[in-house]
Design a protein around this ligand. Structure first.
Ligand code: ASP
Ligand code: MG
Length: 441
């Protein structure tokens, strides 16, 4: 059985939904995971923010502004009166539900219920379309099997058990549609896997059923070797290992949710990135095996904050690093990069909500400096320890860019370099010229 996930743009209009139906209507058992129509979740966030601020009128206005797009989709998607009617009833039901929140007290818990509407709508619309086209398929409610635990982490054993039960109800069906992103928490309340979480759903579903492959269909032809928004002439990488893909996803390649690799990796299920607009393109295959030993791609992660702690107490002392890290642990703030010297430590963080408290506590150790608006340039590949020259090529390419931190050797898949955010574009272009053009020629 395969798992195919289609993102927001891929189901962003009636026309796109019809292409998705074309891509999934073929022999072979599969579970299809869909995102909300593009822009919908952002809009639902706006609606719930208005409700949280008790701006009822604004919330009503926002809800009413979203509805016509769905009416239009219904008009364009279905060809029979029966399904246009069914589709319109579905829209009425969901928009009345949204409006019901404007008449009552609104709690942060209900926010998640509102955010779930996008995927509930997109999947129901596509399921009706398949029914109208006489394609035999079943809509599996993700809320019946997707679950997170008390820590907000997916509960794979639960998902496995309950998804199997759902599938067993339909032994003769080959095509299943389900919602990405949405789930329940341990109290049974509607929750989600955080923004962009549909990829994560696909990987979890794939892991739960030991799928033969997980396919992530987007609007780009795979993971590129560099950021196409800043650099011309980027190309899709044919093959990546799970570790390489995870580094790239975490450090900025927008195509994949960073957590999404792990469940598939655990069960060695290949993940293929494909393009809905160009279904015949090869895309990127992410699997256990890594192909070739070289620099494969670069990605950039913005809005990084660097913290530098200088302390004479660190000299010849032990336990110092632990005490520093404990501060970050207490405030549940992940550290991305670290470098140390005998009397100083520099580290970077991405999440700054607790920054004031963290700085306050760090001051007990020595002098603390902080700088915002930094960028991590992450260079990914398979860097064999015994082979030389990788670092030279990278730093030669970046010779005109001031470098603030370097992390090399943490894994054989990653070299990270910290630069000022303003130098990002220049760095990505320089690496393209100095590394990839030379690799290709
Ligand atoms: N619809 C959700 C979002 O926009 C989940 C997803 O598309 O992956 O974040
Ligand atoms: Mg996405």
């Amino acid at each position: 059985m395969e798992v195919l996930k289609f993102g927001g743009t891929s189901v962003g209009s009636a026309e796109r939904m019809k292409s998705v139906a074309g891509l999934i209507n073929n022999p072979g058992k599969k579970i299809v995971v869909l995102s909300a129509m593009s822009g919908t979740t952002d809009w639902l966030v706006k609606i719930s923010n208005a409700l949280l601020k008790q701006e009822t009128e604004n919330a009503v206005k926002l809800i009413n502004e979203l509805e016509p797009r769905y009416r239009k989709t219904v008009e364009e998607l279905y060809s029979t009166k029966e399904y246009i009617h069914k589709g319109n009833e579905l829209i009425t039901e969901h928009f009345n539900f949204l409006l019901s929140f404007t008449r009552d007290m609104f709690t942060p818990n209900e926010e998640k219920t509102i955010l779930a509407e996008g995927e509930l709508l997109s999947t129901a619309l596509v399921q009706y379309y398949l029914e109208e086209q006489k394609v035999s398929s079943v809509l599996l409610p993700a809320l019946n099997f997707m679950r997170i635990d008390n820590e907000g982490e997916p509960d794979l054993p639960y998902i496995e058990e309950h998804l199997k039960k759902e599938l067993a109800k339909h032994p003769h069906i080959n095509l299943f549609i389900t919602q990405g992103y949405i789930c329940r928490n341990p109290f049974g309340q509607v929750d989600n896997l955080k923004r962009g979480g549909s990829d994560y759903t696909a990987s979890l579903v794939g892991a739960a059923i030991y799928a033969t492959e997980v396919q992530i269909w987007t609007d780009i032809d795979g993971m590129h070797n560099n950021d196409p928004r800043y650099v011309q002439g980027t190309y899709p990488i044919a093959e990546l290992s799970f570790d390489e893909a995870a580094e790239l996803a975490y450090f900025g390649a927008k195509i994949l949710h960073p957590a999404c690799i792990l469940p598939a990796q655990k069960r060695k299920i290949p993940v293929r990135l494909l393009n809905t607009m160009q279904p015949e393109a090869k895309g990127t295959l992410i699997s256990q095996a890594s192909q070739g030993h070289d620099i494969k791609a670069v990605a950039a992660k913005d809005n990084i904050t660097v913290i530098k702690i200088k302390s004479a107490r660190m000299l010849l002392a032990y336990g110092f690093l632990r005490s520093v890290f404990e501060v970050f642990e207490r405030y549940k703030t992940p550290i991305d990069m670290i470098t140390t010297s005998e009397v100083a430590i520099s580290l970077t963080i991405d999440e700054t909500i607790h920054i004031d408290h963290i700085l306050e506590e760090l001051k007990n150790f020595g002098t603390v400096e902080i700088e915002m608006n930094q960028t991590i340039i992450c260079i990914v590949g398979d860097f064999l320890a015994e082979k030389h020259g990788y670092a030279l090529r990278i730093f030669d390419a970046m010779k005109d860019i001031p470098i603030r931190m370097i992390s090399y050797g943490g894994s054989t898949n990653n070299i990270s370099v910290l630069i000022h955010g303003d130098d990002k574009k220049k760095a990505l272009i320089a690496l393209n010229e100095g590394v990839f053009k030379k690799v290709k020629s």
